[in-house]
Design a protein around this ligand. Structure first.
Ligand code: EPZ
Length: 441
């Protein structure tokens, strides 16, 4: 079935107060059922969103394959439609065509997600101007956009605020530049790659983020005729082109979704095969789960995680920029830590407020503490079902993971934010044997 997304979808279907989908409902989980089965890992949300922004650089039709139905994907398609493109879902494929005619990003979808800022650089490249409200997204830290703005300035962009709108203009067009990022920001690296693809001359970006989603964006751009070298390393060189074509593309698999199901299996026990995602992409998560007592078998494009014995603490672990432990996986590992027989801690060096889920773990009876950026779990608590609220995307998924191991029923509310990054999370877990239902109150 074809489904055209229009900006109206935003106002009709999504409400910020509920954290996302209007009809998302609560998840009601009865813990204590081991998982068994196979999950096919879909395309990564954090790759699909920049790729959708990149379609604005393309004169031809773009087809993205294997894309899960996520509210952030719908919001991105609404942004594309509002600037004059056509964006349609055809089953698991997204089809985008047409040229941007407006430089104004629709405020509703733009304010809902962080990735909306990525649509500015392509509009600047095509139309010489972009206007947007500040991006929203999960409340996990301050998340400024100074690195995006500073880098763009070097490429000829002026930016200023007019009321609540950020206005960016490139009166003389975008030109290549030598840019060094103070921090390897994923979003700023993506913004600057998108700008550089159509800038005049060469851009050299040093201190770039090395996440797999960056290499994926570069591969997509190159398939469309761009000249990007070195993506995935900390120095990226881009020779600007006049315009890009379209292409058919399968984005990289979602390493955070794979890590989530691995953690779910660790918490609930049982055996789960994670198909379609190279284990190397989330190697630190798998290594920590092994230390905690899970068995992991790795293939080239799949991993099998199993846990039939006890779970032990992980000691002290830290997140880091790729290839370190992904910040997005930290709350999910925290959910496994609260199920362990000995203590562990995880510190997130990327975001200031990663562990909003700790309150929910504590309400379930876990002995946890958050000090600054560090979460720690002590043994001795017994997890019991109760009512908890999803604080953000990964924190919400982490509460579901902990609930799989809790005695009795847990109700997780505000699940709209979980739907930002997981398609049919409840059905996928239910297919593995979890007792999980969706209730609309
Ligand atoms: C991306 O966010 C992801 N989002 C996040 O995924 C992920 O947690 C994050 O990268 C880190 O891997 C998308 O791809 C849409 P950053 P982004 O810029 O780009 C600071 C999820 O759950 N910073 O690398 O916003 C910032 O405050 C989400 O799927 C500046 O100071 O991350 C943070 O401390 C959540 N100035 C750090 O850098 C800037 O201009 C890393 O942010 C930009 C960032």
């Amino acid at each position: 079935m074809n489904r055209q997304i229009s900006p109206a979808v935003h106002t009709m279907g999504y409400h910020g107060q509920n954290g996302g989908l209007f009809m998302a409902g609560d998840f009601v989980i009865t813990g204590g059922h081991p998982l068994e089965g196979r999950v096919q890992i879909p395309a990564a949300k954090n790759s699909v969103l920049p790729l959708l922004a990149a379609t604005l650089l393309c004169s031809g039709r773009v087809v993205l394959q294997g894309v899960p139905e996520l509210s952030d994907v719908d919001q991105s398609m609404a942004l594309l439609c509002a600037v004059g493109c056509r964006a349609q879902r055809q089953g698991r494929e997204l089809v985008v065509e047409g040229q941007p005619r407006s430089c104004v990003l629709a405020a509703g979808p733009a304010a809902q997600m962080r990735a909306s800022i990525l649509f500015c650089a392509p509009l600047l490249a095509r139309l010489g101007r972009a206007e947007t409200v500040l991006p929203g997204g999960c409340d996990i830290g301050a998340r400024p956009i100074d690195l995006h703005r500073k880098g763009l300035e070097k490429m000829g962009v002026h930016s200023f605020f007019a009321g609540d709108r950020l206005v960016l203009t490139a009166p003389g067009g975008l030109h290549g530049a030598q840019i060094t990022l103070d921090f390897p920001s994923v979003g700023a690296t993506e913004t600057l790659l998108l700008a550089a693809a159509l800038a005049q001359g060469e851009t050299v970006l040093r201190g770039a983020a090395r996440e797999p989603e960056i290499a994926d964006l570069a591969a997509f751009l190159n398939r469309c005729g761009a000249v990007v070298q070195g993506a995935g390393s900390s120095t990226v060189r881009v020779q600007g082109r006049r315009l890009l074509t379209g292409c058919r593309y399968t984005p990289v698999a979602d390493r955070i979704a794979a890590a989530t199901f691995a953690c779910a299996c660790a918490a609930a026990g049982g055996r789960v095969e994670l198909a379609g995602c190279a284990p190397a992409l989330y190697a630190p998560v798998l290594e920590i789960l092994e230390q905690m007592g899970c068995r992991v078998q790795r293939g080239q494009d799949a991993a099998e995680v199993s846990r039939y014995g006890k779970l032990w603490g992980a000691g002290k672990v830290f997140t880091g920029a790729y290839p370190g432990l992904a910040t997005d996986a930290a709350p999910l590992l925290a959910a496994v830590m609260v199920c362990a027989q000995s203590g562990s801690s995880v510190e997130d060096v990327i975001f200031e407020r990663r562990f909003g889920c700790a309150e929910g773990f504590a309400a379930m009876g876990a002995r946890v503490r958050v000090r600054g950026r560090q979460f720690s779990a002590q043994p001795g608590g017994v997890l019991r079902g109760t009512e908890v609220t999803a604080p953000d995307l990964r924190g919400g998924a982490a509460l579901v993971v902990a609930a799989l191991a809790a005695k009795g029923k847990t109700r997780v509310s505000r699940t709209g934010c979980i739907h930002r990054g997981y398609a049919e999370f409840d059905r996928e877990l239910a297919s593995l044997g979890a007792q999980i239902e969706r209730e609309i109150r």
